[in-house]
Design a protein around this ligand. Structure first.
Ligand code: SF4
Length: 371
């Protein structure tokens, strides 16, 4: 029979196990594994790895009319400098599935109209740079009894709907792509779409009706897509010109683009910045898994020694004398504002800081032919 003392020890052990399990690391691991399983169970295992790099002529409705440089980095799976906004994605999906779609099905559609959760579009358009392809899936679409589209919608969530008096221009571009693609697919002429914004704070909604505007579609949206395809075909890093003033503040490539503290005019799509240690752990792992032979910079090896031991890391290098030093042989406190000094140069009275390798800045798509 268990003594009182043994029972107390057992109880303390259980509590300790629970304490250990109730940790951010355990949660992150559990959430990642759950996502992985769900993607397989939902028939979308391709979401478990990095997205494949699209053909230069291909555009998805959601990527239209944004900063060309940011769009290129995204397409090429360039390592992101901020954690994925999983909470916003999750809320967006839940809002669409649990609130917006039931609202459309139960309260907006009537006896002879219905709401489909999405329709796949894949249409082409002739331009000066060749045939472009607009491919992707819509948000809920209101259809007739034959399941023919009547009105596509785009559902978005925002932290607040205060002061929202018009839809975002790239959301207008997105619904224009739906109108264009659905009209072609069903050989009909759809002219109106709706954008529905939901508040993450109050759950209120705001709706905007958007009329198909031929000149906006051809002169603005298709023009943007042609320009983007041209950058891709020319293997050229687009200029750091956001389409909207707010874009840079939310950008996952702020440092790489040269807007932050890193002294650069814009770096190509591959590799980590040498003295930037702000990459989130998941972003570093994702990049290393997707790129055979990729390694951490010495800066990141200091921050993530366990990842470095699995994938390897580059040496510190002196840009003046060219000497290489293994990360573990260099005494450094991890302060990126004070990178380690080169001892060899120091012996000659030269002050030089060590650095990791710098990703290519001119050949932006080195090793990614036609990316
Ligand atoms: S920081 Fe601004 S200009 Fe640079 S890629 Fe991002 S959005 Fe574009």
């Amino acid at each position: 029979m268990e003594t009182e003392q043994e029972a107390a020890i057992d109880s303390e052990r259980k509590i300790q196990e629970i304490r250990d399990a109730l940790s951010p690391d355990r949660f992150r691991e559990w959430y990642g594994e759950r996502q992985y399983r769900e993607n397989i169970e939902n028939g979308t295992p391709y979401f478990n790895g990095p997205a494949s790099i699209p053909e230069p002529e291909r555009h998805s409705p959601s990527s239209l009319l944004q900063c060309h440089r940011k769009a290129l980095y995204r397409q090429c799976n360039t390592p992101t400098e901020q954690p994925d906004p999983n909470g916003i994605f999750w809320f967006g999906t839940m809002f669409e599935e649990k609130i917006a779609l039931p609202f459309l099905q139960q309260s907006v559609t009537g006896t002879d109209t219905y709401a489909r959760n999405s329709i796949w579009i894949d249409s082409t358009v002739e331009t000066d740079v060749g045939e472009l392809r607009i491919k992707g899936s819509t948000d809920p679409v209101i259809v007739d009894a034959e399941s023919i589209p009547i009105l596509p919608t785009e559902v978005k969530t925002k932290s607040s709907l205060d002061n929202l008096d018009s839809p975002n221009r790239h959301h207008c571009a997105q619904v224009h792509a739906y109108l264009f693609g659905l009209s072609k697919k069903y050989d009909i002429e759809l002219t109106e779409a709706a954008i529905l914004y939901g508040s993450r704070k109050s759950l209120d909604i705001l709706t905007f009706h958007v009329e198909f505007d031929k000149s906006f579609w051809e002169d603005v949206v298709i023009e943007w897509a042609s320009e983007h395809t041209e950058y891709r075909l020319n293997n050229e890093l687009p200029p750091a010109l956001p389409e909207f003033s707010w874009e840079c503040g939310f950008c996952d490539y702020y440092e790489r683009c040269g807007k932050g503290e890193t002294n650069t005019e814009g770096i190509g799509v591959t590799g980590f910045l040498p003295l930037f240690d702000g990459y989130p752990r998941e972003s570093a792992i994702e990049y290393l898994e997707a790129n055979d032979g990729a390694k951490l910079t010495p800066t990141l090896a200091y921050r993530f020694p366990d990842i470095a031991s699995q994938y390897g890391s580059y040496d510190w290098t002196c840009p003046v004398c060219g000497v290489n030093r293994q990360p573990e042989s260099v005494d450094w406190d991890g302060d990126t504002n004070r990178p380690p000094l080169c001892g060899t140069c120091g012996e000659d009275g030269i002050h030089s800081s060590l650095s990791g390798p710098f990703p290519e800045s001119s050949a932006i798509l080195e090793g990614h032919e036609n990316v």
